[in-house]
Structure formats: structure tokens, C-alpha cells
Design a protein around this ligand. Structure first.
Ligand code: HEC
Ligand code: HEC
Ligand code: HEC
Ligand code: HEC
Length: 156
């Protein structure tokens, strides 16, 4: 064969070898299709074990009931009933072994995260009843006037 045909051929071969070598070092050993069929497609087998050992950080409201029954009850019947306790207090995975690990954030920002008026009417978040943080009693913490576990305003 002529040189001008061979030279590009060598380059193509070199690139293929380079890619295969790189693949050998970069793709984990247990990467592939495991089990019958392609149900789970290509994946790393050890990833299954990693997710099994993944530490869940949130406990959910029912876990709180045993020790904070009053807060759970008053929230449940209120307009904050749909909000998980840990949404405001943070993940409770190490609580109550270490009660101090749970936050009590008493600032206005905690509430404004959901109650600041949004200029995007189509966003579901904008449907939550809102106030203007700059005008609505700006110098006082919200919880001075509203109970976070039962914020319901008087009827009428
Ligand atoms: C097995 C009992 C137990 C459970 C379950 C429990 N707590 Fe507590 N919690 C405590 C104790 C004990 C304290 C410390 C004394 C106190 O303030 O009542 C505490 C304190 C707190 C405090 C105040 C922390 C501070 O910095 O002073 C918050 C907030 C709290 N818990 C929220 C929660 C939430 C939210 C849940 C559910 C996800 C929960 N707790 C589940 C026992 C529990
Ligand atoms: C909307 C935010 C919010 C939610 C939701 C919320 N909390 Fe609180 N929580 C607060 C704030 C703010 C304080 C501090 C109140 C204060 O100092 O007057 C507090 C205080 C507490 C305290 C310590 C004082 C007390 O009342 O005994 C406990 C315990 C507690 N919360 C448990 C819970 C549990 C259990 C739930 C779920 C049923 C929950 N919280 C849901 C914001 C929230
Ligand atoms: C000095 C007391 C006080 C403080 C502080 C306060 N509020 Fe209010 N808030 C009220 C009163 C009273 C009403 C009912 C009358 C009204 O609509 O103004 C109200 C109404 C609301 C409403 C219902 C608005 C509506 O259109 O019906 C929301 C939501 C609210 N407050 C959230 C907050 C948040 C969030 C904070 C902190 C950033 C806060 N408030 C601070 C007294 C207070
Ligand atoms: C995770 C989002 C979230 C956070 C954080 C939150 N709220 Fe709410 N709040 C809601 C929702 C949802 C409602 C019910 C809205 C509705 O009915 O339109 C509500 C309702 C209210 C109402 C109106 C009650 C009524 O009778 O109409 C007040 C007042 C209120 N919240 C105060 C607070 C205060 C004070 C804080 C901070 C301690 C706070 N909220 C934090 C989501 C939140």
C-alpha cells in the first residue's frame, strides 16, 4: 500500500488503542449489565451497596410525636399541618441522642423563605399566602406574633 494510505491508518489504530487503554483504567471493574435482561441497564454493581448504606437524615413527623406530642398536635390541625417539622428544624438523624443538634431558628428569614411575595404568579410557591417583609412589622421576629406550630389567624 502507498504511504499516504498507511500513515492515517496508523494514526487511527493508535487512537483506538489509546481509547481502549484509557477505558481499561477509567471504567470500574464491576461496571456492566447485571442480572437478567437490561432492566437496570449499564451500572456499577458496587453502587447498589453504596445506596443501601446511604444514611437517611430525615425521620419524619411521626418520629417526633413520642416526645413532642403537643407540637405535633397543634401543627397537625393548623395551616402548617402539611409542613414537616424538619423543614424548619433541620434533619433529626442524631436527635434526640444529641438534642442540641436541632436548630431553633427564630429569625424572620426562616418564615420569609415561604412567605415573601413572589413576582412569579404561575409558580406553585407563589400560591402560599404572602406578605411584604419590608412592610409587615419589619423590626420584630415573626414568632413574637405568630405561633410557628399553629399560625392560624382568628376567623373574621
Ligand atoms: C425520644 C424523644 C425525642 C424524639 C423522638 C424527638 N425529640 Fe426533640 N427533644 C427531645 C429532648 C429530650 C429535647 C431536649 C429537652 C427539650 O427541649 O425538651 C429535645 C429538644 C428538641 C428541640 C429543641 C432543641 C434546642 O436547641 O433546644 C427541637 C427543635 C426538637 N427537639 C425537635 C424535634 C423534632 C422536629 C423531632 C422529630 C423529627 C424530635 N424533636 C424528636 C426528645 C426527642
Ligand atoms: C414553620 C417552622 C416550624 C415548623 C414547621 C416546626 N417548628 Fe418547631 N419551632 C419553630 C420555631 C421558630 C421555634 C422557636 C419558638 C419560640 O422560641 O417561641 C420552634 C420551637 C420548637 C421546640 C422547642 C420549644 C417548644 O415549643 O417546645 C420544639 C420541641 C419544636 N419546635 C418541635 C417541633 C415539632 C415536633 C414540629 C413538627 C410537628 C415542629 N417543631 C415544626 C419553627 C417550626
Ligand atoms: C407585630 C406582630 C406581627 C409580626 C412581627 C408579624 N406579623 Fe404577620 N400578621 C400579624 C397580624 C396581626 C396579622 C393579621 C392582620 C393582617 O393581615 O395584617 C398578620 C398576618 C400575616 C399573614 C397573613 C396575611 C394575609 O394576607 O392574610 C402572614 C402570611 C403573616 N402575617 C406572616 C408573617 C411573617 C412571615 C412574619 C415575619 C417575617 C410576620 N408575619 C410578622 C402580626 C404580625
Ligand atoms: C415550608 C414553608 C413554610 C414556612 C417555612 C413557613 N410557612 Fe407559614 N404557611 C405555609 C403554608 C403552606 C401556609 C398555608 C397557606 C395557605 O393556606 O395559603 C402557611 C400559613 C401561614 C399563616 C397564615 C395562617 C392563616 O390563618 O391564614 C401564617 C400567619 C404563617 N404561615 C406564618 C408563618 C411564620 C411566622 C413562619 C416562620 C416561623 C412560617 N409561617 C413559616 C408555609 C410555610
Amino acid at each position: 500500500m502507498k504511504n499516504h494510505v498507511l500513515r492515517p491508518l496508523w494514526i487511527v489504530l493508535a487512537v483506538i488503542i489509546l481509547i481502549l487503554t484509557a477505558r481499561h483504567f477509567m471504567v470500574p471493574n464491576n461496571f456492566g449489565v447485571h442480572g437478567e435482561g437490561f432492566t437496570y441497564n449499564f451500572h456499577r454493581l458496587s453502587n447498589v451497596e453504596e445506596w443501601r448504606n446511604f444514611k437517611v437524615k430525615y425521620q419524619g413527623r411521626e418520629y417526633c410525636r413520642d416526645c413532642h406530642d403537643a407540637n405535633v398536635e397543634s401543627s397537625a390541625g393548623s395551616k402548617h399541618g402539611a409542613i414537616q417539622c424538619e423543614n424548619c428544624h433541620g434533619p433529626a438523624i442524631d436527635h434526640p441522642d444529641d438534642p442540641e443538634t436541632l436548630d431553633i431558628d427564630t429569625g424572620r428569614e426562616l418564615c420569609l423563605r415561604c412567605h415573601a411575595a413572589l413576582p412569579y404568579p404561575d409558580n406553585p410557591r407563589a400560591r402560599i399566602i404572602s406578605i411584604d417583609g419590608d412592610l409587615h412589622n419589619p423590626d420584630t421576629d415573626c414568632i413574637e406574633c405568630h405561633d410557628p406550630h399553629n399560625p392560624d389567624l382568628e376567623e373574621g
